[in-house]
Design a protein around this ligand. Sequence first.
Ligand code: ZN
Length: 254
Amino acid sequence: MKKVISYLVTHIPRKYLIRFSRIFGFLITPFYLGHKHKCPICNGSFRKFLPYGNKGSDNRLCPKCLSLERHRLLWIYLNSYSNMLITPSKVLHIAPEQPFLKRFKKNKLWTYVTADLESPIADIKMDIRQMPFQNEEFDLIICNHVLEHIDNDTLAMQELFRVLKKGGKAILQVPIDYNREVTYEDESITDPKEREKHFGQYDHVRVYGTDYPKRLEKVGFRVTVEKFVQNINPSDIQKYRLDPHEWIYIAEKP
Ligand SMILES: [Zn+2]
């Protein structure tokens, strides 16, 4: 059974897993119930999480809500380290993540808009480099693991800045290689296999380095790097299966 599950979650594209997540969770969850691990998003208790990723890395994906480490950390941030969820706001969620979607929709304090180039679960279809919104429309933008897919991310950052109100904030998570000081990109590399080799995934167009906040600051943002994961005790890091080296990047429009 373990092999079958491992094969399924590493071979079915995430967009299909997401589309059939309820059925998938219903079928898979009973095999994973236990007390060792807990998902802070769906409150499920499991003996372990599902494997996930190119190499089928163990113990990563919540069987019930399909959250990964990065979703669980952001959920903890939103609930315990920020007042974003309890502040009346107009919120734009780009490339909405399934584990958050129904929970954000239920938030009565938020006017909540979702958008994406192709996601079947988004309200508005759009290109992040040319968004169909007025200047200064949103109090909060959530846009995670998107910019590494976008040619000319400066245009996308400028658009995010434009549609955000003054004093508004954007949560802009991207994968970062902390061994690189300078972001690596090369527009001539377009073949999926080459992109995987150079940028780590077939549909990534760059690898961000530790200069990522500087790139955001260039378009006008003021960036805060939230490192609260360092204060979470190791047993909770294990229980929730978090990445102890993941920082959260909050870009504010001054
Ligand atoms: Zn969960």
